[in-house]
Write a protein that binds this ligand. Sequence first.
Ligand code: PGA
Length: 241
Amino acid sequence: MILYREDDYNAMSLRAASIIARELKSNPALTMCLATGETPEQTYRILGNMCKAGDANFSKAATFNLDEYVGLDYGANSYRTYMKNLLFDHVNIRPENTHIPRGNSPDTALECLRYDRLLDSCQSRDILLTGIGMNGHIGFNEPCSALDGRTHIARLSQGTRKANARFFDSIDQVPELAITMGFSDIFHFAKIVLIANGRKKAPIIRELVNSQKITTQNPSLLLKLHRDVTVIIDKEAAELL
Ligand code: PGA
């Protein structure tokens, strides 16, 4: 695990965006897995600017997202809308190459299988960008006694719903279920970049960096089993190291 401690949120985002731009340059048909949430927002803005400046070319790239809420219409805080607003509208990616679980599918179990099949059809899976939940979740793989390997319906913990309530009018509006990629597919990506900023992430970053044990009660610890993980944090997230 390589650890970069950056001065602030912008420097963290710049490092993450630069890694993605570098990978895109060496492999224009890059297959990426992307995350949502507050943490990657600036990374996406920087990638949008790089694309406008001719420093990043998404024309042959493909993306998969880690997760999507169940039951939200597009336009209402869905991750499809988030990705469109923050990245897809600002880079030259082909819309048909962007994949996000359809959380509004009438048959979410079938949707999980569809997503698995799409993932299985990838020639390569190159780089995965993720944040980290305060409870160590990756995507919506929440702490539990046993993790599902493949795409599945996840029940959001109360803590996660509370943390995500800031994007909604109230916690009651935060969906209880989401579709998430599982660790089996997360591990298929050759390179994983985890970003975290802010004091509230300091305890979980301390656990991720220092823990010698691996438990599904903190899913982020599974990343210790992957051979190419880069963790990029700002000063505040590094405060307890
Ligand atoms: P955040 O969420 O980026 O909004 O902090 C991260 C996560 O829950 O994975």
